[in-house]
Design a protein around this ligand. Structure first.
Ligand code: HEM
Length: 406
């Protein structure tokens, strides 16, 4: 055997490239997951990072306070210079540890409780119906992303926050820039500054002329600095529209590709809530994983990590755990099966940072799917599937445009 053939294989560099199937996580992640629950990898800047792919291990890391979500902690992993800028300059609570994280999250917890969101359902239904009316009036083909999936959650979060929807081109394009992994440090700094300044101005206006919205309530508090208020608004505005927009377009595409399962839902709409959990599991749109760093020594699946060890928790591979989601006799977890019990998926994360907006995302997805299936029974792709392009370089995965007719 030659020396070269004995050399250890070079470590996998994150993020790994996608394979031929745009609905599957990159093959390198699936291969790593099949071998072991954590794998040594390297980040684009050459620094080492543990890729956590197993379901129990991802859950354990996300629930463990010995891991930090604060990007200023030494060793924190960044997939790009733009992400470093976004996470470290004036971070929002998604990039903080407790007790700071808990103090700021508490300011908006009530607004996203299931009970509060249930009361918003009629308003969300109206927004969805009006978006369908506009598509019908425009006539086929339309781009389901630009004409429906993006406006619906944007309108909802604008109403909740008190952000004028007419500014949607401005905040949607800045959000896209910030979530794109190819964004440079300078571009991210500019986009972050522009959006934060916009929210700070809006918050200041609300101090003079308060409305019935989250931002007005936040500026009236005396335990938040103006910068903290702007940063809360920033986090809710960006997370509130972009993830649901991508998820609803991907859900629609998944159903268009699988008419049998779409028919099942059309005939039995009561299955929609469970189907949404399976779609969340199967699509797991946060494809680049969740970043954390060890603050002290910790053992994961028999491997000792030391303080400063970076980890990326891969939700997409955890959500394909065969023992949990595809026990013997059931469909393999790589398949979409709307009758599967997928409730334990990790698409919204886990632990103290678990998605604050999940009741809202669920309500929106339930209403969107039910309405599209009922009002547009002939919905179909208006271009060959191979022509669709996916946002492979974004923190939030999705289809860039979805031309449809009916
Ligand atoms: C956090 C996914 C919709 C607000 C998260 C996290 C995930 C996630 C995986 C955890 C991040 C981490 O641990 O580092 C999703 C998906 C969505 C969605 C898949 C749609 C299908 C929403 C919506 C909102 C929202 C509609 C509304 C404002 C948040 C916030 C956090 C968060 C504020 C930070 C929570 C914290 O750090 O305590 N989301 N999200 N998300 N999400 Fe969502």
């Amino acid at each position: 055997m030659s020396l070269t053939s004995m050399a250890p294989a070079p470590a996998l560099t994150l993020p790994a490239p996608y394979g031929s199937c745009p609905y599957d996580p990159p093959p390198a992640y699936l291969e790593a997951a099949a071998e072991r629950p954590l794998t040594r990898t390297v980040l684009p800047d050459g620094s080492p990072c543990w890729l956590i792919t197993g379901y129990p291990e991802v859950r354990a890391v996300l629930a463990d306070a010995r891991f930090s979500a604060d990007a200023r902690t030494p060793g924190f992993p960044f997939l790009s210079p733009g992400q470093r800028e976004l996470a470290t300059a004036q971070p929002s609570f998604i990039r903080m540890d407790d007790p700071e994280h808990a103090r700021l999250r508490r300011m908006v917890t009530k607004d996203f409780l299931v009970k509060r969101i249930e009361a918003l359902r009629p308003g969300i239904q109206r927004i969805v119906d009006e978006a369908v009316d506009r598509m019908l009036a425009k006539g086929a083909p339309v781009d389901l992303v630009g004409d429906f999936a993006l406006p619906v959650p944007s309108l909802v979060i604008c109403l909740m926050l008190g952000v004028p929807y007419q500014d949607h081109d401005f905040f949607q394009s800045l959000s896209r820039t910030l979530l794109d992994n190819s964004t440079t440090h300078e571009q991210a700094a500019r986009a972050h500054h522009e959006l934060m300044s916009y929210l700070a101005r809006l918050a200041a206006d609300k101090q003079q002329k308060p409305g019935d919205d989250i931002l007005s309530r936040l500026v009236a508090r005396d335990d938040l600095t103006p910068q903290e208020t702007a940063s809360l608004g920033f986090l809710l505005l960006v997370t509130g529209h972009e993830s649901t927009a991508n998820m609803s377009a991907m859900c629609t595409l998944a159903l268009l590709r699988d008419p049998k399962q779409a028919t099942l839902l059309r005939e039995r709409p009561a299955l929609i809530p469970a189907a949404v959990e399976e779609l969340l599991r199967h699509l797991t749109i946060i494809h680049l994983g969740l970043a954390r760093v060890a603050k002290e020594p910790v053992e994961i699946a028999g491997t000792s990590l030391v303080a400063g060890d970076a980890v990326i928790c891969m939700l997409s591979t955890a959500n394909r755990d065969a023992g949990l989601f595809g026990p013997e006799g059931c469909t393999h977890p790589s398949q979409l099966d709307l009758t599967r019990d997928a409730r334990r998926h990790l698409a919204f994360g886990f632990g103290v940072h678990q998605c604050l907006g999940q009741p809202l995302a669920r309500a929106e997805l339930h209403i969107i799917l039910e309405t599209l299936l009922r009002r547009l029974p002939g919905l179909r792709l208006a271009v060959p599937e191979e022509e669709l392009e996916f946002s492979t370089g974004s923190i939030v995965y999705g289809v860039k445009a979805l031309p449809v007719s009916w």
